[in-house]
Every structure is written in C-alpha cells, then in structure tokens.
Design a protein around this ligand. Structure first.
Ligand SMILES: Cc1ncc(COP(=O)(O)O)c(C=O)c1O
Length: 504
C-alpha cells in the first residue's frame, strides 16, 4: 500500500484546486494552545460556568419506532465532566474546526473498519451535513472553466452547488436496470465520452476535474454501482485524471433481494446469525475508497439518514492535502459543526460501544461495532417498508393492467415508478418532446388521488439529454408513519395511474 506524505499529495493535487482556493491564505490572530503554566487570556471563550446547561440526559431507543420512550434502551448522561474525553464543558465551547478529537477518531475508525482506503495519508474532517461538505468540496475544486460530471439524475442541490462556482455540469448516462451488475453509470458510455471528448457534445468545455456520484442507493434512482463497475470507473478516472466525489448517505441502508413469492421476507429480521460483521462484510457495498490507490477519492458520509438530519453533522474522507483545503474552507465559513450535535453523537456511540467492551471506557473498535448495530436495525426497518411498498404497488389494479413499472431500488429510501406508455403514445414522433407536459399532468392526477411525488425530470442534470428516460416519479418510504400509510399511498398511486391513463 502506498503511503503518501503531505508534500507528495500537495504537488500531485494542487492542480485540482480552484484558483480562488489556491490563492486563499488563512489569517490566524492567535497561536495554538499555551503550554502548561500559561494563563489563557487569548481566545474570546466564555468560561464553562457561563453555560446555562449543567447536564443532558438522553434516553436512547433500542430499535426504531420503539414506543416506550426509550425505557428499554440506553441512558446517556453528559455533564461538564462527563464523558471524560468530551464533556459538555468542551462540546458547548468553541471547538476544533475539523471536529472534536474523540469524534474524529471514531469516524476514522469507522472508515478503517468498513471502507479502508487503499493508500496511506488520508484524513477526516467533520462538516455540517453532506450538503455543507459538497459546497465546500466544489468551492475548493471549481472555477468558471471547470467541468464536473454527474449521474444524469441526481440530488439536484449539488447541481446548484457546482453552478454557483460558475462551473459546468455534464450528465453521465445511467442504466436504470434491475440487474445488480448493470445498474447505475453506463461505464461504456462514460469511457466513450471521455475518450472522444474533443469531438463530443461537450467539446467546448474543459475535460472534467471530477465525477460526483451517489454510488449506492442513488438518489433518485435507487441504483447501486457494482464492485466491477466501480473498478472500471476508477480505471477511467486514472486514465483521464479526474477526482471521484462519492456522496454516500444511503450506503448503510442496503436491501437484500426482494422475493415476490415471500414478499415479507426480510433477511435483517429472519437471519438469526446476523452480526454487525456479517452486515458489514456481506450486505454493504465497498466504497470507492477501498480501491483508491492514488488518493483521488473524496467520500462524504452523513449522520442525517442514520441518526437525525437536524444534527447537521457529517464527515469527509480524502487525502490529507484535500482535507486541509476543506478544513481551510470551514475556517473561513462555518467553523466547527455544532458541538451539541457532536456531543449527542459521541455520547451515544460511546454508550453503544459498552455492549462490546469489558472496560468502562470502550475502545474505538467497540464503539464502531456498537454504533453499526443501529444502521443495521434502521436498514431492517427500511427493508420491511420496501417489502410493504412493493407488495402494495404490485397488487394494484393499475399494476395488473400494466400501467406502470417499479424500478426496484437496491438501497436507500426511494422507489421510482415508470409509466408504461400505450403504443399509440410511443409511436407519436413528438412523444418525448412532450414528456414534461405529460409528467406534469400525471403529477396533477396523482396529487388529486392524494399522493405527492417527485418528478424524475426535475432531478435531471439536463432534461433534454435525458428526455427519453426522465419519465419516472420518485416516492419515498422514509416518511410514512406506519405500514398502513405506505399501503394506502401505494394503492392511491395505482388509482392515480388508472385515472391518468383513462384520460390520455
Ligand atoms: C445524495 C444526497 N446527498 C446529500 C444529502 C443531504 O445530506 P445532509 O443532510 O447530510 O446534508 C441528501 C439528502 O437528501 C442526498 O440524497
């Protein structure tokens, strides 16, 4: 494994920085912590005695949707002395911009255990959610003449993030397939696009600096790139020298295959031998980091979908040089993520770690194992909801009449539905030119039947380039109160499709 030192990374990756970033200098008005015996008179930090909160007690549920207010679950007590390595007197104080030491160490251990990078010389920086992290990443990388590739359908705010820098976005064709080997970025077309850049549709743009990908449980399509595709994409990145920005909010929410004959089978619940290690080894798809021999991958992880979005807490993993640039960006913008959020996460993972430790101070390893039980449980509940939704969608009249297809996702919280256009519509030469009007009408009909969905075309990087594949609607299984509401919503969808097709 190559161990990169900072200097090598700096000379290798400086050319990827935006001109703004390369010119940015930090002005620091005081020096690092004084030595022992020196009285701190420098920083404008209120003494912890000024904080109105003395302690926080958390009641943690033992599984999602537990009804008894966490009575069976863990109790976490935090005060100005506890936990010793990250007490409230520290986390309610101004804290390190890169994140508080113990939590950063926890995040590093998570990466080492689950997705170890294939090189030495990487680092972690906490951020205020992946939305914040991606803003910082593209601010660090992009100028007006930069180009970034994205999956043709994507988490749309990232498009705005890139365009905010004046940079250009280029959609990469996807295969919207149920076959796990086929799903996601069309690798042949990606290779072709880059090999023939100078004569292709984007020849007026510079060759891309980066590919942004939601590689697992993609938003909005639910597709996951297979390990083989990941390796091929990495080779293409090496050949054409671009960075891979892997945004992975859904990777821990992986679905076992759906069995239409036994729709409620749920490996997370049925497999009595399931352990955290088995979940990590057999269920989860490995990050691009694990094949990153060149230090060219920037991975974004977030606590939003696994713990709570209101924390606004996430972390970035990349080579030490790029992490330093992202850190600098935080120094001049957000500074550290909320100390309260960091305390809520660290206090809980530490308590969870005690189950796997004989010591009162659990090791980082035990904390990672203890914490990973939670995403594993969350994934079990999402799998159950996926089952409930599929069963309900497949039992509607609308589905039996062949009015829509279900694009089965492999992870995450979204299911996409594709209208099956009748032959007379498909044979109209202007069918796909009118696709937005048609999808808007479908949306209105679905709203009338009482469901709100997201239209695929509104998550397209370039609607024109994706006009013949953007005719899907995205629904989420995440927000419903219970199974009954999911079933009701799916039945309404069936009725909505029937109503729509009876009028076209
Ligand atoms: C692909 C993707 N990235 C990032 C986010 C936002 O994450 P965060 O809450 O950490 O900002 C979302 C949320 O919907 C998402 O789908």
């Amino acid at each position: 494994m190559t161990q990169f030192d900072f200097g090598t990374l700096k000379s290798r990756y400086t050319s990827f920085l935006s001109r703004r970033d390369a010119a940015k200098e930090l002005v620091k008005f005081w020096d690092n912590p004084p030595g022992p015996g020196v009285i701190e008179l420098a920083g404008g930090m209120p003494n912890a005695g000024f904080f109105p909160i003395d302690s926080i007690d958390l009641h943690v549920v033992s599984h999602p949707f537990e009804k008894n207010h966490g009575k069976n679950g863990l109790k976490v007590h935090m005060d100005k002395q506890e936990p010793k390595d990250m007490p409230l007197s520290m986390s309610l104080q101004y804290t390190n911009t890169e994140g508080m030491g113990p939590l950063v160490s926890f995040a590093k251990k998570m990466i080492e255990r689950i997705n170890p990078p294939a090189y030495g010389g990487w680092n972690v920086c906490m951020a205020n959610g992946s939305s914040d992290a991606m803003y910082k990443v593209f601010e660090v990388l992009c100028d007006e003449d930069s180009t970034v590739m994205l999956e043709e359908f994507t988490f749309s705010p990232v498009i705005s993030n890139i365009k905010l820098q004046g940079a250009s976005v280029v959609p990469v064709k996807m295969q919207l397939s149920a076959d796990p080997e086929q799903q996601g970025i069309d690798v042949d077309r990606l290779a072709d696009l880059l090999d023939n850049w100078s004569v292709g549709p984007y020849k007026h743009l510079n060759k891309p600096k980066a590919l942004y990908t939601v590689a697992t449980g993609q938003n909005p399509t639910g597709m996951t790139l297979s390990p083989t595709k990941r390796r091929r994409i990495y080779e293409i990145a090496q050949k054409h020298d671009f960075l891979i920005v892997e945004d992975d909010p859904y990777g821990y929410l992986f679905f076992p295959p759906y069995n239409p004959k036994e729709p409620m089978n749920n490996a997370y619940w049925d497999d009595k031998s399931l352990t955290v290690q088995k979940y990590v080894d057999d269920y989860l798809v490995k990050s691009f980091l694990t094949i990153d021999t060149d230090a060219r991958v920037i991975r974004l992880e977030t606590f939003s979908k696994l713990y709570a979005p209101g924390l606004r807490l996430s972390f970035v993993v990349a080579n030490e040089f790029l992490i330093e640039r992202i850190f600098n960006m935080s120094e001049v913008t957000t500074r550290a993520p909320s100390g309260v959020s960091q305390a809520l996460v660290y206090g809980v993972v530490k308590e969870m770690g005690k189950k796997y430790s004989s010591e009162s101070e659990p090791s980082l390893d035990s904390m990672v194992t203890g914490w990973m039980e939670w995403p594993m449980k969350v994934a079990g509940y999402y799998t159950h909801r996926r089952n409930v939704a599929f069963k309900a969608l497949y039992e509607t009249e609308g589905y039996s009449k062949g009015l829509y297809q279900v694009m089965e996702p492999s992870a995450g919280m979204f299911i996409d539905l594709k209208p099956c256009w009748p032959q007379n519509e498909l044979s109209r030469p202007d069918h796909y030119d009118l696709i937005i009007e048609k999808m808007d009408k479908l949306n209105q009909t679905l709203l009338k039947t009482g469901v709100q969905v997201v239209l695929g075309y509104r998550m397209a990087v370039d609607v024109k380039a994706s006009k013949d594949t953007c005719d899907f609607v995205r629904i989420t299984i995440a927000y419903a109160n219970d199974d009954q509401q999911i079933v009701e919503a799916c039945h309404r969808i069936g009725k909505g499709f029937e109503a729509y097709f009876s009028h076209i």
